[in-house]
Design a protein around this ligand. Sequence first.
Ligand code: PLP
Length: 368
Amino acid sequence: MPKANETVLEINLTALQQNYNYLKSKLQPNTKFLAVVKAFAYGNDAEAIAKHLETLGADYFAVAYTSEGIALRKAGIKTPILVLHPQAVNFKTLLEYRLEPSLYSLKILEEFIALTSAENMQNYPIHLKFNTGLNRLGFTDEAINAIAKILENNDAVVVKSAFSHLVASEDLNEKVFTQNQIKKFTSISHNVIDALGYKPIFHLCNTSGILNYPEAHFDMVRSGIGLYGFGNSAKENQNFTPIGTLKTVISQIHTIKKGASVGYNRAHIAATDMKTATLPIGHADGIGRQYGKGKGFVVINNQKAPIVGNVCMDMIMVDVTNITCNEGDEAIIFDQTHTAEALAEGAKTISYEIITAISQRVKRRYLK
Ligand SMILES: *Cc1c(COP(=O)(O)O)cnc(C)c1O
């Protein structure tokens, strides 16, 4: 791998392919695979990731917002795209780009039908989201008859899929709760078929659901974090390869005398003479202030260098007192060995948060 001479996020498309193949190996041959590429494919780069997954045969993509789906269409993605959280204000552009909305309340369903009917659409694909316990978005099971009534004698839309989302699929202490969600969704699936008179695609599992609840794959699964290399448990992490390596370079080295302070607000006071390295990456690049004051670290010449004091907007200072290093040397923020998940744990957060936070000003580079 080329050495970094500025801050760069390297994206390993071979690792992406390995993760995809591993997840696929957990499925029945006819179970469909929806790749979740919201939030710039979890901070990686939605266009490059989606293009690669399209060549690998992913059946569906999902994004959170309409604008994310438009970007994929503009990049030439032809695969169906589910918009998980569309807003009615964007319905017209959603139709223009053949994006498929997740509809979660009678109000938003009626609004969408009013528009598609006015535009003389026929069988426009929609997806019904059911709430089975997350209490975030979704119809209750009691809404099924009302939904069927709205859809009766209406050919502007067709229900392509019905789905729900697991609350704690990675947490085996919540197995009973999850099994109850699975039961609820199974019952919803029967009621939906009865009410509509046809069978849409049913889907429930995210990455940890795929791994922990093989009995609940239904017709399709939705994976995000697994594609990007995290299995949400020490055991499963071994079967995945993180696709992103975030690295940067030492801009300057300072010798700090005992009693002197480092960084804004004098958050660090040197207890002894020390040496720090300044790196061109800060909270505007996605390394939040919670990683400051020793909670986060980088790796320089194979040794851990803790972040000293407060994270600045464009820089961090790290402790290199016991590390032989020079200006221009590479610093690893995370890679396949020093994972984003391990870094996140130090600041009491999760891999999802740190990788989606890597901002758009960080240069992306692709490895095949
Ligand atoms: C983000 C999201 C997913 C992906 O979850 P992972 O844990 O990353 O696999 C799946 N389904 C829905 C509804 C989501 O919002």
